[in-house]
Write a protein that binds this ligand. Sequence first.
Ligand SMILES: Cc1cc2nc3c(=O)[nH]c(=O)nc-3n(C[C@H](O)[C@H](O)[C@H](O)COP(=O)(O)OP(=O)(O)OC[C@H]3O[C@@H](n4cnc5c(N)ncnc54)[C@H](O)[C@@H]3O)c2cc1C
Length: 291
Amino acid sequence: MTPPLPPLIQTKKKLSDLSTFGIGGPAEYFAEVSSEQEMADVLVFAKKNQLRHMVLGKGSNCLFDDQGYSGLIILNKITFLEGLDSGQVKAGSGYSFSLLGSQTARKGLAGLEFASGIPGSVGGAVVMNAGANGKETCEALKSVDFMNMEGMITTFQRDKLSYGYRSSPFQKMKGAVTAAEFTLIKSMEARQKQIEIIDYRKKTQPLKEKSAGCVFRNPDNGHSGALIEQCGLKGKKIGGAMVSEQHANFIVNTGGATASDALKLIRLIQEQVRLQTGRQLKMEVRYIPYE
Ligand SMILES: Cc1cc2nc3c(=O)[nH]c(=O)nc-3n(C[C@H](O)[C@H](O)[C@H](O)COP(=O)(O)OP(=O)(O)OC[C@H]3O[C@@H](n4cnc5c(N)ncnc54)[C@H](O)[C@@H]3O)c2cc1C
């Protein structure tokens, strides 16, 4: 049964346009929200109508299904930024995490240099505990504003949140991260460090191609990319999905890749790495099934 739709909610939105992989069929329902009030309206609507839903940031860690998504995709565009001239920076969860990394470094603030080049939103980084160059989002985090399905916001202090490698408590909570506050420290080296980080990224990652970043989490005491390379899988292709020649933990969409191509390649990599090295690779990219 289709409920009467509020004006914010559209139907049939192509998810390939909303994911950096460029893969995915249509979302049944879609809403773009640019304020806390709009987020609240949409979450309350989803709850009231028992609509399956998902909050999407920049879609840089998602593999959508070829059939699409049988529910409501909420595209988060809450993009305010406060406190850039101080060490306490608060950003709306839809703000670009990469831009935040370069802007804070340019202001001589250290703590988020690693964010420069991570093509996610602040909310996505908080939820995924995005990390690079030996740093993680949770390290600079002071607090997180989280909206529940009734549209009520709670501010969680960092020390009350249990974070791990690419994991956060928000991954299991229903609702949306609406903002995050970071504590940064004055540093003369911040800008130089951030430039080095972005230069290294450009040399080592296929940034001009469509991908969702590292497909697999690194196993304990190992690097997924090195294991995949060791198994001779660089350049391995199924349909339009290919293991990047530049970085073996990236699968790139060479044009017209389907989710089915990417999933087949993911399974093949997992199988070969297990057979040849005895290691189990777990996915970091989130596959979002149709239903
Ligand atoms: C070229 C490239 C390089 C990358 N490099 C890195 C890297 O160095 N380190 C790293 O950790 N990752 C990296 N990634 C992966 C990705 O950028 C990060 O995981 C990022 O944090 C995801 O943010 P996003 O906004 O795109 O999240 P999405 O892909 O939109 O969503 C990811 C998950 O978070 C949830 N989510 C997003 N926003 C919210 C919100 N506001 N409230 C509640 N839930 C939310 C979604 O529901 C989904 O489950 C890379 C990706 C690419 C394409």
